[in-house]
Design a protein around this ligand. Structure first.
Ligand SMILES: [Zn+2]
Length: 330
């Protein structure tokens, strides 16, 4: 056996161990939310006012949290690559924090507090992929590539959207900017993932049994989330009558997104192993498509987790550590 092949196998097995560990972390994350009320993110402590410098851009980042206005979010989402299959959008309310905990510029504090609360419950990061705020801003939270911990039974192919507020009847009355944001973001997600707005693609936490994770449309052991007053109510029939048509209308009015362009070359490289496997995914356990001999020149179109995609449109991957960049010649 050639030395390089042996080294590839050693690396492959080390990577496999890592992937298994990540998978276990991910599964731990998909445990059902606790069944006490309120079981949603809650942490009222540690709020401090934060001032945004005058004239600063709307889009800001603190750690992984990116704060947008809706227009900025649309641009960000359009450029985002998501390999996980997305078939539904979860709508939630945070319950706690509610409007009284929001001062207009403490989005990052609220996100950090929610993440702390989720970590304390054994999740490995904040549960939701997105959070909307009363001023019409929103934040990217857990990466889209990672399944959320939002609804037992609906996470694997879901995007979890938490709307800051307590929208049970008699509590927070949703602001116009947040209402518009929620409708637009649901429409943008439908566009991005080619979903037709319906009560199958746009779902409420209330429609799933907390114990079994099965869809019961509100029967059994459920939460009121996203609130008994959310767009007129949390029943499937009310969503179908009030909420989903607004998303459908918004989707029809969205500008058409140009089809993704063929990837541009990042750099040219040559193979520095005697035989380098080409695989169907950036994963050592995926199917082997071919092997490249030492010195073979390839173009790299994308890099992910130490792997390099060497085809402009097809999913053909090699380990990046066995490639050496070739300096472009004048
Ligand atoms: Zn919920």
């Amino acid at each position: 056996m050639r030395q390089e092949e042996t080294r590839i196998q050693e690396l492959d097995s080390r990577i496999s161990t890592l992937i298994v560990r990540q998978e276990l972390d991910r599964r731990k994350d998909q445990e059902p939310l606790q069944q006490i009320q309120p079981a949603e993110p809650s942490d009222l402590t540690g709020a401090t006012a934060r001032s945004i410098p005058e004239g600063s851009e709307m889009r800001e980042q603190e750690g992984k949290f990116i704060l947008f206005d809706v227009a900025e979010f649309a641009i960000w989402l359009n450029a985002l690559q998501v390999t996980r299959t997305i078939s539904l959008i979860q709508n939630h309310h945070t319950y706690i924090p509610s409007y009284r905990d929001f001062n207009g510029n403490n989005q990052f504090e609220r996100l950090a507090a929610m993440e702390t609360a989720h970590l304390q419950r054994g999740f490995n990061e904040i549960a939701q992929n997105l959070t909307t705020f009363p001023d019409g801003t929103l934040a990217a939270c857990r990466p889209f590539e990672s399944a959320p911990a939002g609804i037992k039974g609906a996470n694997n192919n879901g995007i979890c959207m938490e709307n800051l507020g307590n929208f049970d009847t008699g509590h927070d009355s949703m602001t116009g900017p947040q209402r518009d944001c929620i409708i637009r973001v649901n429409a943008l997600l439908c566009q991005k993932f080619s979903l037709t707005p319906s009560s199958d693609s746009i779902v409420y936490h209330h429609w799933y049994d907390l114990t079994t994770g099965t869809r019961t449309d509100g029967k059994g052991n459920t939460k009121t989330c996203p609130g008994t007053g959310f767009f007129g109510g949390n029943a499937v029939s009310v969503a179908q009558a009030n909420f989903i048509p607004l998303i459908g209308q918004e989707l029809r009015n969205l500008p058409v997104v140009p089809p993704p362009a063929e990837s541009a070359t990042l750099f040219t490289a040559q193979v520095v192993a005697d035989s380098l496997n080409v695989r169907s995914e950036p994963d050592p356990s995926s199917g082997m498509l071919a092997a490249l001999a030492r010195g073979t020149k390839v173009q790299v179109f994308e890099e992910r987790n130490g792997w390099a995609r060497i085809d402009p449109t097809e999913s053909h991957w090699v380990k990046g550590s066995f490639l050496q960049k070739i300096d472009p010649i004048g």
